[in-house]
Design a protein around this ligand. Structure first.
Ligand code: SAM
Length: 272
């Protein structure tokens, strides 16, 4: 009989039996940091986990939800300091699943948004290992909610673009004409190190230097900080504020959407 009060880890440790069932890997989105932003499925999987393989960007409060008896494997990467190369992470997931374990692969935000979840899933499938994906709230959505910056807005942005400011060979080679289009919001992940290049290129490709822009650090956590400025002045303000990764760069009129709305006559009518 299964004792429901025990975690899977405690049950398997007690049974000590060799596993015969095939293992699997579950790529679980841990969201941007606030544990209340986990999906119900993610919270259930973490609470019942026997082994969790996790990244640097998984929030400390989410890590605390891992059962005491579960194995924790840290494979986190911080810029320039790769704890474990991606190929080795892929191989580790396959190896653990082959032991018959249900491996909870906990990843910051959403596993399929700049999370290399696609590579991990492909490695599992190639090895014949089942791989499930549990979505998470991506950092942009988390930052939008806590800063009140709407990512799209009928009056200001009909297109939303997510881009990465960090490329494989450490260069920033983005599609600048596409990013510099009017009436769109651009959110750049992993771009803090290239902030000056990004702002300069967007202005060079046609966005006014007065375009509202912001950087949000550690969105949804107690450490969240934000700097709002314009494309022309953002770099200087962010340097002065000494903002560090993890941070998102947000560009577009939506950043000032509240101010623009407050200036409209209907805002008075609605609040009267
Ligand atoms: C490797 S990407 C992972 C993105 C993640 N899969 C997601 O969906 O949010 C890491 C980058 O996400 C952004 N990021 C993640 N969590 C963040 C947070 N709480 N606040 C601001 N930016 C965050 C930063 O740009 C960071 O460098």
């Amino acid at each position: 009989m299964i004792d429901e009060s025990m975690t899977k880890a405690q049950r398997s440790a007690r049974s000590g039996q060799r596993r015969t069932r095939p293992g699997k890997v579950v790529l679980v989105g841990a969201g941007p940091g606030d544990p209340d932003l986990l999906t119900v499925r993610a919270a259930r999987l973490i609470a019942g986990a026997e082994i969790v393989v996790y990244d640097a960007l998984v929030g400390a409060a989410v890590i605390e939800m891992i059962p005491a008896g579960a194995r924790r494997v840290y494979v986190g990467k911080k810029a320039g300091n790769h704890a474990l190369p991606q190929e080795e992470i892929n191989a580790l997931l396959v190896e653990l699943a082959r032991e018959g374990l249900e491996v909870i692969r906990l990843k910051g935000g959403d596993p399929f948004i700049f999370g290399r979840g696609g590579e991990e899933r492909a490695a599992c499938l190639q090895a014949g290992i089942e791989c499930e994906v549990v979505p998470g709230i991506t950092a942009a959505a988390g930052a939008a909610s806590t800063t009140g910056i709407p990512l799209t807005h009928r009056s200001h942005a009909q297109t939303l673009v997510f881009a990465t400011g960090h490329l494989k060979d450490d260069t920033v080679d983005l599609d600048w004409p596409a990013l510099a289009r009017p009436h769109q919001t651009v959110v750049i992940y992993m771009g803090l190190g290239a902030l000056e290049i990004i702002c300069t290129q967007l202005i060079a490709h046609g966005l006014p230097a007065s375009t509202p822009a912001a950087v949000v650090h550690a969105a949804t956590t107690a450490a969240q900080r934000e700097v709002r400025s314009t494309l022309g002045e953002l770099t200087a303000h962010v340097r002065a504020a000494r903002l560090q990764p993890p941070a998102l760069i947000m560009i577009g009129e939506v950043i000032d959407a509240d101010a623009a709305f407050a200036a409209l006559p209907q805002a008075v009518a609605l609040t009267a």
